[in-house]
Write a new protein. Structure first.
Length: 283
């Protein structure tokens, strides 16, 4: 899959990180998949199939913060092996306490972690969602997964699915709509010797083929989550847990309302740099 990389800069008295957070949230609503903040502004990535210049211009015209002028440039990026780019510029090991480390094969091993996960990303995605990865892994580390059936929606690199298998989950299924993510997930599963994870290319329409689950993790974005919560609920056993991330604190009310509409009790949420992970349970 080919991508567009857009680089945004600002003219404003408002702190750049605040603008970037709001801009990323707005761009997520029109198909942008990942973001990288830098000292000048924000880099955002979207597949060439979803990129709509008019939708982007309309979003910038309706930007919710006042006294902000946004400039941007775009670059078309053909599909390629992204390891070199990530190694040079983006991907750094993610450490969650002393329990878990996520690193690439080009990073030196670090002893002392209970779970050592190797992830070699091959997508045009920056580090903007490291916060959501951190939050979701932190939630998973709290769970006893032995013998449980788990669904990882929007599995991406398959890091959550891999950790679930390491924690002795029973059936583990990963689903992602992006072909690069699908292929990357398969490779990472092999790297971590967790070959019994099932990975499927597609969206929520794939869920029914795999039966019922005790736990669902969905790290995607606000709009997809709001549309697909009903699909997640339909595959959850009574009392099953649903964890969601990929959105901001200001999105919690909309997520909570949709959860209640679909018979889910909103239990708690955690935050990191304005990104959120929520925990819900089926009644």
């Amino acid at each position: 899959m080919n991508y567009y990389e857009l680089k945004f800069t600002y003219e404003s008295p408002i702190e750049a990180t605040i603008i970037s957070d709001v801009l990323a949230s707005e761009l997520g609503e029109i198909g942008f998949e990942s973001f990288t903040e830098n000292e000048d502004g924000l880099q955002a990535y979207i597949s060439d199939q979803l990129y709509n210049v008019k939708a982007l211009v309309d979003k910038l015209k309706e930007f919710p913060l006042e006294n902000v002028t946004i400039h941007y440039s775009e670059q078309f990026i053909e599909s390629k092996d992204w390891n070199e780019e990530w190694e040079k510029n983006y991907f750094k090991p993610i450490r969650i306490g002393n329990e878990c480390i996520i690193r690439a094969s080009f990073h030196e091993p670090e002893p002392g972690y209970t779970y050592n996960i190797i992830i070699d990303p091959k997508m045009a995605f920056g580090t903007g969602n490291h916060e959501t990865t951190f939050l979701m892994i932190s939630e998973m580390l709290k769970l006893d997964l032995e013998g449980k059936d788990l669904l990882d929606m929007g599995c991406g690199t398959a890091v959550l699915a891999i950790l679930a298998k390491m924690k002795k989950a029973n059936k583990v299924v990963g689903i992602d709509i992006d072909e690069w993510a699908y292929n990357n997930a398969l490779e990472n599963i092999r790297l971590n010797n967790t070959e019994d994870i099932q990975v499927v290319l597609g969206g929520a329409e794939q869920i029914p083929a795999f039966g019922q689950f005790d736990i669902v993790f969905a790290n995607i974005n606000r709009n997809i989550l709001l549309n697909d919560i009903r699909h997640y609920t339909s595959c959850m056993k009574p009392g099953a847990l649903l964890f969601m991330s990929g959105f901001y604190t200001q999105d919690i009310p909309a997520i909570e309302e949709e959860c209640k509409r679909n018979g889910l009790n909103f239990i708690s949420h955690t935050e990191k740099n304005n990104w959120v992970a929520v925990k819900t349970q089926k009644q």
